[in-house]
Design a protein around this ligand. Structure first.
Ligand code: OGA
Ligand code: MN
Length: 287
């Protein structure tokens, strides 16, 4: 069997079948996945429960692994997994209990409910993320994706002209601080200095332009702070309107793979006293 895709949304996102992602990938399967990612930006692999080691192996087929915010949190948040690059997307603490409501862990889960692209606060940022579902809450806790290439295509010409020369600054802790999680030391903040990105980028795999926004963007360079933040909010609202969004209803054993260069994502609200456990790997966006 070889990779087959079935579109799940008019603009992007496909279900992928025909490849066992639990086994080492052949070069041909790997290339087929990259090609499908360039087209669809989000692939859904159903019903393939992955061990921790299998998830690491799958991710490593696509590049070096990204640690993202663990660079800051390493010393503060204990790890539940066998490999440092397995990112714990859950509301469960290191003892396997529901995490304290005010813990950094829980704040991370809340921050994930804001539209973002993984690790856009660093360079290199993340290229692919692979998120694997282990336990789902009874209600809510879906993950949504927005298509940034379609968002760019749909912008009015005057806005395209306005933003084409502009850059914005992305900072890792901006989303957390906005939600009230302020207890970061200067040393921790210094570990993830802000980075600059153009507001308009080209997606290498498809050659399409895209609107590069998200919650990590704190300001527009060389623009009045308030006006810049309003512009970023307006662009984010544009990029995440319903027609550009796919909502994924998780089933245990699903693995979603997305291209952080072409999409935003966010989790949806759920009852934090219920367990929700997913495991993520991400690759660095390096050549
Ligand atoms: C992530 C993320 C959202 C969710 O895994 O990077 O943002 O639904 N997840 O938990
Ligand atoms: Mn994320």
């Amino acid at each position: 069997m070889s990779l087959q895709t079935r579109a799940l949304h008019p603009l992007f996102v496909a279900e992928a079948t025909g490849v066992d992602i639990r086994a080492p990938l052949s070069a041909a399967d790997r290339d087929a996945i990259v090609q499908a990612m360039d087209r669809y930006a989000v692939l859904v692999f159903r019903d393939q429960p992955l061990s921790e080691a299998q998830q690491i192996e799958f991710a490593l087929s696509f590049g070096p692994l990204d640690l993202g915010l663990r660079k800051v949190n390493k010393s503060r948040v204990a790890h539940r997994f066998s490999h440092e690059a397995l990112i714990d997307i859950s509301n469960v603490d290191v003892n396997g209990k529901i995490a304290d409501r005010n813990s950094r862990k829980m704040y991370s889960q809340l921050a994930n409910q804001l539209w973002h692209s993984d690790s856009s606060f660093q360079q290199p940022a993340a290229r692919y993320s692979m998120l694997h579902s282990v336990v789902n809450p009874g209600q809510g806790g879906e993950t949504e994706f927005a298509d940034l290439r379609a968002a760019w295509d749909a912008l009015p010409e005057d806005i395209k002209a306005l933003i084409s020369p502009l850059e914005s600054e992305h900072f890792a802790l901006y989303s957390r601080m906005n939600l009230g999680d302020n207890a970061y030391t200067e040393e921790e903040k210094a570990r993830l200095p802000a980075v600059r990105w153009p507001l308009v980028r080209t997606h290498p795999g498809s050659g399409r332009q895209l609107l590069w926004v998200g919650i990590h963007a704190t300001r527009v360079i060389d623009m009045h702070l308030g006006e810049g933040r309003l512009l970023l909010a307006e662009l984010l609202e544009h990029a995440t309107q319903r027609e550009f969004v796919y909502r994924h209803q998780w089933q245990v054993g699903d693995t979603l793979m997305w291209d952080n260069r072409a999409t935003l994502h966010r989790g949806r609200r759920y009852d934090l006293t219920e367990r929700r456990e997913l495991r993520r790997t991400s690759t660095e966006d390096v050549q």
